[in-house]
Design a protein around this ligand. Structure first.
Ligand SMILES: Nc1ncnc2c1ncn2[C@@H]1O[C@H](COP(=O)(O)OP(=O)(O)OP(=O)(O)O)[C@@H](O)[C@H]1O
Ligand SMILES: [Mg+2]
Length: 385
């Protein structure tokens, strides 16, 4: 027997996963009976599948990374990505359902990433999600990839952020400061004018001959770096506003590598570690200064950090300290939910479907899709896709 789910998101309250009464009450206007929502993430080079059970709070997930597939080409090949998503999605879903115990019949709703991302990869996920939903006679909903990232901290154990909050979304394709007034109501405060923070990590790693993705590699080497040997600029911190820029820093690092190579032919391990440390510290300082400014400007105590770069330990530590100094708190996703995954899409889909959002059956996706175009659930959603 399915449960009635209270729709309290519009009142500014985000439910915790377990036991806060979100689905214990039965409001007069509740019209949804969702319990188990599938999430399908295929926006780039990871196939992420998850099943979120809103009653038990359980989240089952599977992830297939295409890193090895694209490695020989030095970057993601869109056509290969789309084909691989088509091959992987349904077998991963079957594996997931057998782990969760039960077949497709237990699914109450399906969420998929509808953008932004690679259009072929998005359409592969959209076609599978919509076909499955049609065959099972269940609702499907297209989710904004960055809203998935933004809501991922709600899946962490312990304290969860309440709206309103400031969100720093720092990933491979985005670096944005968002004022999140409530679920689905987002204002852009600032963003990168060139490279994204994660992209900068990836490019520096490439220059240093490290693997992809660059963030974890640079971060690991930075731990053995000696502070003070190099001094890199902190981009944009002396300029007013909340925008970011990382391309000048990238050029500075390239020049440093060139001058070090001139001196010693090859870079020794300690020099690589020292460069990684100063680069990472420069990025973290720049992000921290802008986040502090945003908290003060918006007079909001809560800071949410999400996207792949939020896995960075130095960033987590610095932002936690800064938010405390500002009298607030910083919230992060669990480490395994910082980069792309199906769980964040399942959860974001659950929140929207449980609040009454419904879309038509057409298979559609958007390669470009500003987060600020989203609206709170309950309003007609088809216009957004
Ligand atoms: N520990 C880390 N420190 C710094 N960067 C990291 C770390 N772990 C991952 N990253 C970076 O995060 C990025 C991947 O994150 P994510 O999967 O969210 O990006 P994406 O989905 O490709 O981009 P977007 O979400 O903007 O579409 C990569 O650029 C990677 O280098
Ligand atoms: Mg992402």
């Amino acid at each position: 027997m399915p449960y009635l789910i209270e729709s309290s998101i519009l009142a500014g309250h985000i439910p915790t996963l377990k036991g806060d009464g979100f689905y214990r009450q039965t409001p007069a206007n509740a019209k949804n009976y969702l319990m188990k929502v599938i999430g399908i993430e295929t926006s780039c080079d990871e196939t992420g599948i998850a099943l979120y059970d809103s009653v038990s709070g359980a989240m089952f997930q599977r992830l297939h990374s295409q890193i090895k597939l694209h490695a020989p080409f030095g970057g993601v090949v869109p056509e290969l990505a789309s084909r691989n998503h088509i091959q992987r999605t349904l077998p991963l879903l079957d594996e997931l359902l057998s782990e969760a115990g039960g077949g497709k019949g237990q699914i109450d709703g399906i969420a998929y990433t509808a953008g932004p991302g690679l259009i072929g990869a998005l359409l592969a996920g959209a076609a599978i999600a919509r076909s499955l939903a049609w065959a099972l006679n269940r609702p499907a909903i297209g989710i904004h990839h960055m809203e998935g990232h933004l809501l991922a901290p709600l899946l962490a154990a312990g304290d969860k952020p309440e709206f309103p909050f400031i969100a720093l979304l720092a990933s491979g394709g985005h670096t944005q400061l968002i004022q999140a007034d409530r679920h689905g109501c987002y204002q852009m405060l600032g963003q990168t004018v060139d490279d994204a923070a994660g992209e900068a990590f990836d490019k520096i790693a490439k220059m240093l001959g490290l693997g992809y993705p660059g963030g974890p590699e640079v971060s690991r080497l930075a731990e053995t770096g000696q502070p003070g040997r190099f001094k890199f600029p902190r981009p944009m911190v002396n300029r007013k506003g909340l925008d970011f820029s990382f391309s000048g820093l990238k050029t500075f690092v390239r020049n440093t590598i060139a001058s070090q190579t001139e001196k010693a032919q090859t870079l020794d391990r300690q020099t690589i570690a020292d460069i990684c440390l100063e680069f990472e510290t420069a990025v973290v300082d720049s992000l921290t200064i802008k986040c502090r400014r945003a908290l003060r400007q918006c007079n909001t105590p809560r800071l949410v950090i999400a996207g792949g770069v939020s896995a960075n330990r130095r960033l987590r530590q610095k932002l936690t300290e800064m938010a405390l100094q500002e009298g607030g708190a910083a919230y992060f996703p669990p480490p395994d939910l910082c980069t792309d995954n199906g769980a964040m899409i399942a959860y974001a889909g659950y929140l929207r479907l449980a609040s009454g959002a419904r879309q038509g059956n057409e298979i559609s996706a958007r390669a470009r899709w500003p987060l600020t175009e989203l609206r709170p659930p309950r309003q007609p959603e088809t216009e957004h896709l």
